[in-house]
Design a protein around this ligand. Sequence first.
Ligand code: C5P
Length: 396
Amino acid sequence: MNVVVGITGGIAAYKAVNVVRGLVLAGHDVHVVATDAALRFVGRPTLEAISRNPVYSELYEGVAEVRHVAIGQAAELIVVAPATANTIAKLASGLADDLLGNTILASNAPLIIAPAMHTEMWQNPATVANVATLRSRGVRFVGPAIGQLTGSDSGPGRMAEPDEIVAAALTAVGRQDLVGRRILITAGGTREPLDPVRFIGNRSSGKQGVAIARAAAARGGEVTLIVANLDDGVLSGLSSTVSVQQVSTTRELQEAALLAAGTAELIVMAAAVADYRPETVAAGKIKKETQGDTLELRLVRNPDILHELTDSRHDGQVIVGFAAETEPDRDALLVLGAAKAARKGVDYLVVNRVGWNETFGSDDNTVIVLDATGRNVAEANGTKASIADRILDVVL
Ligand code: C5P
């Protein structure tokens, strides 16, 4: 989705960087329109690097491409964060004396405003009236929160947290087709310790599972996300409405998943779960001095969590498994997938190819979704965010 983030001149502008980042991580094409005052608080290079697009602020640049209306016309969603009292007043009056004002006037997209100002300004009758005017036109406000302001004072006026702004913005445009649905998602890769410093693990980044959690939350779902060993940043910008539990080993994931599965209507097992673990875990570091030239590891089977979940599935519960395969031939991949869907007893199986240079850690993916009978019901290629929505569409 084409999202415009308008940034205006308040100190909370530094936090707008995380609003931009959250929207980018959610798979959106983000265009920042900053006022001159905003650029005194946060640098253009920062915003360009994070948004991955040029930042526009000048009304009299890009005139040949009629930029002052083009940005607003192309926008599918506009978020202003932070919005100062001055900007709110200008928007309420329909003023267009800068690029942001023009962009908003020239747009039919939903508009979300995250105010940030001192309490006196927020409570001033002029601001109260301006907010009421904008609300009456369908503009949505997120925050302000009550808390510490820039000086020593505190009260209403603090900008809402970036992840809350992102969630509110996506909710405003998103399909709300998962409202009240309880959804359990697992993501990441389990690690099985050998000794206090080493483990057997896998290369799953958890990005696809986290993208499904983001998408489900944006569509109104009540999401529990169990994550195993994610890198820093994979969860950044995730809505605070998602309940996140961290685990590491397969057995920890098993315990958490079986507990959360009790009330879940949809389960998506995107985690890469270790099939085997070392039979014994050494109490101290395994030393080559005592092992010599070879080291034999004896591994034992881990529980198949997905199988246990489908075995204890309750009425109406839908269970989705994943199959990451290295099989290069498409037909053979589908045969493997169909056999796995049947063996695991899932309602849907998301099949993707993995390899040395494929899928792991990437922001993109290519998947084939099979139903319980092994029938190909969807194929998708694109960002992990877009694939997340596609999987949810199929399940719905
Ligand atoms: O059998 P395979 O590992 O290919 O199956 C993958 C699917 O099964 C994934 O959905 C994964 O989360 C799940 N799985 C599991 N417990 C295991 C192994 C895999 O739940 N021990």
